[in-house]
Design a protein around this ligand. Sequence first.
Ligand code: FPP
Length: 236
Amino acid sequence: MSGRPGAPRHVAIIMDGNGRWAKRRGLPRVAGHRKGVEAAQVIVRAAGDLGIEVLTLYAFSSENWRRPATEIADLMDLLRRFIRRELGQLAEAGIRIKVIGDYHAFESDVVALIDDAIARTADNRRATLAVALNYGSQSELAAVARDLAREAKDGTLDPESIDESTVAARLSTTELPPLDLLIRTSGEKRLSNFLLWQAAYAELHFTDTLWPDFDADELAAAIAEFGRRERRFGGL
Ligand code: FPP
């Protein structure tokens, strides 16, 4: 999708509040995650309609391993189902699927599903859905530091030549447009180890809406508000 004037090219979302959505209804947490997946499906389509080139969703953080095993298993099941149900439509709609994070730590059948989704959509160009799976920004940056140190030690990289572009080129987001807008639902105002480097000049949008209730209208409103912000990137 080509960008529209004033519209963000790259939007990322911290989809928070599934558990509280369920608790308020006296339902188990998994019911909130199920609704969360439905919301994600709606928002992926809406992002395409709004001309967003890249939508990056924080689906599983490297800290989410701290949750009870049963909840992790529920999330993995939902991920399996999401891929099985959505892949055909995403592929047909010209959406490329990209994953950031070390998803190889997941069970082998999930890894195979993800690999297949990436391979089947690799040539799509209309828009990109980047899903953060077992992603943590600090460990991503530490891995870059490790690589740079190794290359400097091997003599293939001059330490004096390292600048912002050297680091950016080694991040998992390197071929994506800069992050324009970062949305977090559920009233929390934190980045929670998500895209710390990439968010340097992103506009931040916090909403009290719990993720399962976040809909196309609210995304459109966030995009409209983004269009009214003045972005100076440190200049005047
Ligand atoms: C936060 O709710 C959400 C997560 C831990 C990620 C789960 C995301 C989904 C189920 C959407 C899945 C999307 C795809 C693309 C498969 P929480 O449990 O932290 O809520 P709480 O803070 O209210 O407890």
